[in-house]
Design a protein around this ligand. Structure first.
Ligand SMILES: Cc1cc2nc3c(=O)[nH]c(=O)nc-3n(C[C@H](O)[C@H](O)[C@H](O)COP(=O)(O)OP(=O)(O)OC[C@H]3O[C@@H](n4cnc5c(N)ncnc54)[C@H](O)[C@@H]3O)c2cc1C
Length: 281
C-alpha cells in the first residue's frame, strides 16, 4: 500500500476538518507555531480514548517514503486534562522525521500511537516540598505539561523550572508559556493564582548574552542558583527533581543531585528524582 499522509497547505484546502484519517492512528494538526529555524510547536486532535499522565511521552510521526510509519518518541507538552495534544519539536535538517515534520500545517495529519509511557511523572517521586524541573532545549516539553498540571501545585509549595539553551530565542516557547500561564483565566481558575505564584522560572543561555549566562550545572555547583532565587540549597528531605536534557546533561545533573543526597527513582520505586532523555545521540 502506498497511501501517504498528506502534507498540504491548509490555506489551499477548502475544508481541512472534513478530511478522513488516512490511518487508524492519524490525528489532525490544528495549529503550528515556528519559534526559531530549529524549533517549532504544534497541536493535534486528541484520540478520545487516550489517557496519559502529565509528563509522559508517545510515539508520533509521518508515513515514510517506503510507505511505512516513521515514528519518534515525543513528550506530550500539553497537560493531561487538555482536549488537544501539544508537542514542542526540534527541526533536524537531515533528520528522517523532522526534515518533513517541520513542514506540517493545520489540517494535515500525523500518526500518533496512543501508548503513553515515561518516568517524568508525579507517581515516581516521594512527597516533598519543592520540585525542580531541569531542562535543556526541547527537554522543556514534559515540563510544559507538568507546569499546567494542577497536581504539581497540590504536591509542592515551590516549583522551580530551569531552562538552559544556547540562544535567547530558544527560550521563548518556555518563557511565553509561563507568562501566559499566569495570566490565562482558565489556568487561574483551574490552578489558582496563589498556586501559579509558586513558579520560579530560571532561564539561562550558554552562548548568547542574556541576563543569566552559564550552564545550570555550574550554577548549581557554585551555589549561584540558590543565591539568585534566595532559597536554601537542595536538600533530600524537601527537594524533588525531574531532569530532561541531552545524555551528558542528564548525567551531570544526576551526579549533582546525588551529591546533594537525592536518589534516582522510577514508576515502580518512587524516590527523590527522575530522569528522561530529551533525545538520543
Ligand atoms: C523519551 C524521548 C522523548 C523525546 N521527546 C522529544 C520532544 O518532545 N521534542 C523533540 O523535538 N524531540 C524529542 N525526542 C527526540 C525525537 O524522538 C527525535 O529524535 C527527533 O524528533 C528528531 O527526529 P529525526 O528523525 O528528524 O532525527 P533523528 O535521527 O531522530 O535524530 C538525529 C540527531 O538529531 C539530534 N536530535 C534529535 N532530537 C533532538 C532534540 N530534540 N534536540 C536536539 N537535538 C536532537 C541528535 O543528535 C540525533 O542523533 C525525544 C526522544 C526521546 C528518547
Amino acid at each position: 500500500m502506498t497511501e501517504m499522509l498528506p502534507v498540504t497547505n491548509a490555506a489551499t484546502d477548502a475544508a481541512p476538518a472534513a478530511k478522513k484519517p488516512a490511518l487508524p492512528d492519524a490525528q489532525t494538526v490544528t495549529q503550528v507555531k515556528h519559534w526559531t529555524d530549529r524549533l517549532f510547536s504544534f497541536r493535534v486532535t486528541r484520540p478520545q480514548t487516550l489517557r496519559f499522565r502529565s509528563g509522559e511521552f508517545v510515539m508520533i510521526g509521518l508515513l515514510g517514503d517506503n510507505g511505512k510509519p516513521l515514528l519518534r518518541a515525543y513528550s506530550i507538552a500539553s497537560p493531561a486534562w487538555d482536549d488537544e495534544l501539544e508537542f514542542y519539536s526540534i527541526k533536524v535538517q537531515d533528520g528522517p522525521l523532522t526534515s518533513k515534520l517541520q513542514h506540517i500545517q493545520a489540517g494535515d495529519q500525523i500518526i500518533l500511537r496512543p501508548k503513553p509511557v515515561g518516568t517524568l511523572v508525579h507517581d515516581a517521586l516521594l512527597p516533598g516540598k519543592r520540585i525542580w524541573f531541569f531542562a535543556t532545549g526541547t527537554g522543556f516539553a514534559p515540563f510544559a505539561s507538568l507546569l499546567r498540571e494542577p497536581e504539581t501545585y497540590e504536591n509542592y509549595d515551590e516549583v522551580v523550572i530551569t531552562h538552559t539553551c544556547r540562544e535567547v530565542a530558544e527560550l521563548e516557547y518556555g518563557r511565553q508559556l509561563i507568562e501566559d500561564l499566569k495570566q490565562d483565566e482558565l489556568m487561574i481558575e483551574l490552578i489558582g493564582e496563589e498556586n501559579l505564584a509558586k513558579i520560579r522560572y530560571y532561564p539561562t543561555t550558554t552562548r548568547e548574552e542574556s541576563p543569566r549566562m552559564g550552564r545550570i550545572t555550574d550554577l548549581l555547583k557554585n551555589g549561584t542558583v540558590f543565591k539568585d532565587l534566595g532559597i536554601d540549597p537542595i536538600n533530600p528531605d524537601t527537594d524533588r527533581g525531574m531532569v530532561c536534557g541531552s545524555l551528558d546533561f542528564n548525567k551531570d545533573i544526576k551526579t549533582i543531585l546525588e551529591d546533594f543526597g537525592l536518589r534516582e527513582g522510577a514508576n515502580s520505586e518512587p524516590k527523590e528524582f527522575v530522569v528522561e532523555k530529551a533525545f538520543v545521540g
